[in-house]
Design a protein around this ligand. Sequence first.
Ligand code: ATR
Length: 269
Amino acid sequence: MAGLALYGVIGNPIAHSLSPVMHNAAFKELDLEAYFTAFQVADLKAALTGVRALGIAGLSVTLPHKTEIIPYLDWVDASAQAIAAVNTVVNRQGQLCGYNTDATGALAALQAKVTLAGRRVLVVGAGGAARALVYGLVKAGAQVAIVNRTPVRGLALAEAFAVQYLNFSESKDFEAEILVNTTSLGMTPASDQLAVPEALLVSPRVVMDIVYNPLHTRLLAAAQAKGAQIIDGLEMFIGQGALQFTLWTGQTAPLAVMRQAVLKQLSGT
Ligand code: ATR
């Protein structure tokens, strides 16, 4: 594309998104003539008409638009269809193409620490983030179980991907080797909350938390105290962002630069 390529994240609310800082740092590092901004979008259909009309090069898509956007796109990748959520749009000569990098981003963060095939993984939560993760874990050959506050939602997700649903007491007997929190429990200002009962932290050797504010959640602190390896929410966020960057630019993402930029923003310096 000639001239400046414009990218943006669409969501509502969007003010606290860390995507602009992360992607602009990456564009700068690679000396690309591109800029990333945030758009608060209430009317999704109108916004996408605008994207086409203005020739915006790509989008990051966040809540509440990840599922709703699918019918407005020209093409959607098979894994994004299976997850029923798109978090990345690439504008290819006016064709809006949808992808989901949440699953692969989270998996990359996990696979950097542990192999997944055959491992017992307990997923806490049953929302959109859990759906992406369960899809990726099943594909990687893990043995997945889901636990959730509202059983009916947990059961529905478990059924969709043919994995187990467990209640909290059963999930202790599952003896998970890996535990992932996909709920907002432990996020500021309720950072004193522990996402799972302490008893569930005895078996896992790896514990990952989707929450990145604070970075060192109570869950991760408790897991670390029990000797587990921990993966913070920022690694997942950077992981999905790096894959977005590659989809948009065709280049390898400068992971360390992206992480540094986000950390700086989070610490307010
Ligand atoms: P997302 O799409 O970001 O994953 P979501 O669809 O709202 O968000 O899902 C949030 C998940 O966090 C759900 O599993 C939710 O549990 P319920 O299905 O019972 O609502 C879970 N969650 C959020 N707040 C919670 C809380 N205070 N205690 C337990 N679970 C909570």
